[in-house]
Design a protein around this ligand. Structure first.
Ligand SMILES: [Zn+2]
Length: 365
C-alpha cells in the first residue's frame, strides 16, 4: 500500500503517517520501497509493506500429523513442514516434537530475521485468554497448558486458539473473497469439523473462545458421537468417508455427506445470515463435487431470503489457511502495540500468556 493510501485510509495527517512509518521502519516492522515507474505526474508515493524479516511460527497438531510453518508479517508462508505421526501425540510429545522442528527451522534463518512468537491452531476448545486447551477430544488433550509449555520449550511467546477460528481470521483478512464481512469458515480436519464465525468484520468466538462447534450441532440420525450426544454433524461427515477409496461408493457417500453438511449450514443461515460460507480442509471439495445436494439441503433447512444471498466457496488459501491464521494470532500482540513488543524483545522478556486481547481483523493490507 502506498503511503498516500495509508494517509487516506487512516485519516491521519501526512506528517503523522510519515513519522509513524519511519518509527516502524526503524524497528524493522515495515519497509518502504520506491514504486515501479508510472505515468503519474509528480513524485510517486513510497510503497509501505510489512518487513519480510518479521516472522511468526505456526503450529497445527492433528490426530495423524504435526505441521509447523514459517510465515511473514503480512501472511506470506515461507516454509511448511508436515510430519506424519505414528498415532495421536500427547500435548507433551507435541511440544517436544514441535520445539525440535522449530529449532531446525530457526537454525536456517538469516541472522537479520526476527521470530516474534508461536501461534498454535488446535482442533478443540481453547480458552483464548490463557492459551489453554480445555478439551481437544480427538487428541485426547484435557486442560493442556500449551501456551506455557511451548513457550518454555522454545523461549518464544506462544498463543493458542481453535483451528477454525484461526482459519476464519486468515480467510477473512487474506482470502480472495469479495465481501467477507459476514462470513463463516468451516474447517474439516482429520480430527473433526469446526467453524469460525466473522460477524460485521470481527471474529465472534464467544465469551471464552469456545464458539463455533458446528461439528457438534444436531443434523439428525441416531449415531452416537464421541462427545456424548447423538446425531452430531461429525458422526455423518468425516475426512475418511469423503476420501473413501472405493470409487463406486465414494460418489453416493459424498452426496449423503453434503446433505448433512447442508442441514448444519441451513441452521447457520437461519441463525447468522452470513453472506459467505468458506469450506476449508477436506470440506474444500464439496462446492465442486456436491453443489446440488448441498444447495438442496440448505434450501430445505433455511428461510429463502437469507438462503438465497449465501455464497459457498472453497477456502482460497489452500492448505495454508491454518498456518496463516496461527501466525496472525502470534502477530496479534505485535500489531496491537508494535513499540512495546519491540522493547520487550530487546530486553529479552517474553510473556507466556496472552492477555485478554482479541485478534484484530481490521488489518490494513
Ligand atoms: Zn458430538
Amino acid at each position: 500500500m502506498s503511503r498516500a493510501e495509508l494517509t487516506r485510509r487512516t485519516g491521519l495527517s501526512r506528517s503523522t503517517v510519515k513519522d509513524l512509518v519511519e518509527e516502524l521502519a526503524e524497528h524493522r516492522l515495515i519497509e518502504e520501497t520506491r514504486p515501479a515507474a508510472s505515468a503519474q505526474v509528480g513524485r510517486p508515493s513510497p510503497v509501505v509493506r510489512p518487513h519480510p524479516s518479521m516472522l511468526a511460527i505456526a503450529v497445527n497438531p492433528e490426530v495423524d500429523s504435526l505441521t509447523v510453518g514459517l510465515v511473514t508479517l503480512g501472511g506470506n508462508v515461507l516454509e511448511v513442514t508436515k510430519r506424519a505421526t505414528p498415532g495421536v501425540l500427547t500435548a507433551e510429545q507435541t511440544v517436544d516434537l514441535a520445539a525440535d522442528m522449530i529449532d531446525r527451522l530457526r537454525s536456517r534463518l538469516e541472522p537479520d530475521c526476527t521470530v516474534t512468537a508461536v501461534g498454535v491452531a488446535v482442533p478443540g476448545l481453547v480458552h483464548a485468554a490463557g492459551s489453554t486447551i480445555r478439551l481437544a477430544p480427538h487428541l485426547d488433550w484435557h486442560d493442556a497448558r500449551i501456551g506455557e509449555m511451548m513457550g518454555a520449550a522454545t523461549g518464544l511467546p506462544t498463543f493458542a486458539a481453535n483451528d477454525a477460528n484461526l482459519g476464519a481470521i486468515a480467510e477473512h483478512i487474506f482470502g480472495q473473497h469479495a465481501n467477507a464481512e459476514h462470513m463463516v469458515y468451516v474447517n474439516g480436519g482429520a480430527g473433526g469439523i469446526g467453524a469460525g464465525v466473522v460477524v460485521a468484520g470481527q471474529l465472534f468466538d464467544g465469551a471464552a473462545g469456545y464458539a463455533g462447534e458446528l461439528g457438534h450441532t444436531f443434523v439428525g440420525g441416531a449415531k452416537q458421537c464421541h462427545c456424548g450426544a447423538t446425531g452430531c454433524l461429525e458422526t455423518e461427515v468425516s475426512q475418511s468417508q469423503t476420501f473413501e477409496k472405493d470409487s463406486s461408493v465414494r460418489a453416493s457417500t459424498v452426496e449423503r455427506q453434503a446433505h448433512y453438511l447442508g442441514i448444519a449450514l441451513g441452521n447457520v443461515v437461519n441463525l447468522l445470515n452470513p453472506g459467505l460460507v468458506v469450506l476449508g480442509g477436506f470440506l474444500r471439495v464439496f462446492p465442486s463435487v456436491a453443489a446440488t445436494a448441498l444447495d438442496e439441503a440448505i434450501a430445505r433447512h433455511s428461510f429463502r431470503a437469507p438462503g438465497e444471498m449465501l455464497r459457498i466457496v472453497p477456502a482460497s488459501l489452500d492448505a495454508d489457511t491454518l498456518m496463516i491464521g496461527a501466525a496472525e494470532l502470534a502477530f496479534a500482540p505485535l500489531l496491537a502495540n508494535p513499540a512495546a513488543l519491540y522493547h520487550q524483545r530487546v530486553n529479552g522478556d517474553h510473556a507466556g500468556e496472552r492477555d485478554d486481547q482479541r485478534v484484530g481483523l481490521d488489518r490494513l493490507e
